[in-house]
Design a protein around this ligand. Sequence first.
Ligand SMILES: NC(=O)c1ccc[n+]([C@@H]2O[C@H](COP(=O)([O-])OP(=O)(O)OC[C@H]3O[C@@H](n4cnc5c(N)ncnc54)[C@H](OP(=O)(O)O)[C@@H]3O)[C@@H](O)[C@H]2O)c1
Length: 277
Amino acid sequence: MTSSDIAPLAQIQSTIVLAGAGNMGGAMLAGWLARGLDTCHLAVIEPQPSDDIKAQLAKGVRLNPSPKGLGAVATLVVALKPQSFRDAGAMLKSFTAPSTLVVSIMAGTTIASIGEVCGGSVVRAMPNMPAAIGRGITVAVAAHNVSAAQRAVADALLRAIGSVEWIEDESLMDAVTAVSGSGPAYIFLLAEELARAGVEAGLPADLATKLARETVAGSGELLHRSELASSTLRQNVTSPGGTTAAALEVLMGPDGLQQLMTRAVIAATRRSRELAK
Ligand SMILES: NC(=O)c1ccc[n+]([C@@H]2O[C@H](COP(=O)([O-])OP(=O)(O)OC[C@H]3O[C@@H](n4cnc5c(N)ncnc54)[C@H](OP(=O)(O)O)[C@@H]3O)[C@@H](O)[C@H]2O)c1
């Protein structure tokens, strides 16, 4: 990619349509506006807009415009539930032309099926829930007909909700979904189970919940800020023969977290493949 292909959001001068402004679409919209995307280029298609979305109207974002009124759409971002996608096909198609970049964040929906329904040039992306605070990680894969300039626009739009990794092999998306797409739920479960175990160990429930929550959140922040590998951070807080070592012997023992996490990620990968059929 050359420097002329780089597309910071504030420099985008072409029309962007966001279809579906729910949890993830709404987070993307908030990220774009916070990073200076000009509202006059933005339209949102959403049958039941939240108050937050309605508030954007005053700033110039168009809500549910007709395709005719919009003119050429350079970029369509599809943030619908995969099960709504086929039914919304005719509506989505009415916003695209062969030159339109279509960025989809729908789980388990392939480049081929997005292209079949929407036309245009497709980027398939998988963000995750910390996108809601601008700290998501998105993995993206581009169809062969996506130009370098379109890829730069997709990158800028996705980078507004966190970091972005590009891959070449779409078949990796099922495993990506299983690791980072579904991953936040595993971490929330960790906080739940740490709290529950704390109660079993004798702590009052509210204290155990607070300790578990802050431990997960603080450790996540430390991991984010540190350049050290997670294994090094773990070793740094584990004294030989100490309390942490006693717990890790259980967690890292036979049928421990390694085996459990491997089975969980395999199950999610398999489910993602099934949903894509
Ligand atoms: N949430 C996550 O953690 C996450 C992570 C990675 C990827 N994703 C993907 O992101 C996509 C959206 O997920 P979400 O959690 O944001 O779902 P969501 O909150 O249900 O958002 C989807 C939105 O699209 C709207 N919609 C339905 N039909 C429409 C139509 N024909 N035209 C325009 N808008 C329509 C829905 O409105 P109604 O509520 O009225 O139906 C809803 O507001 C999914 O494909 C999911 O796989 C989500």
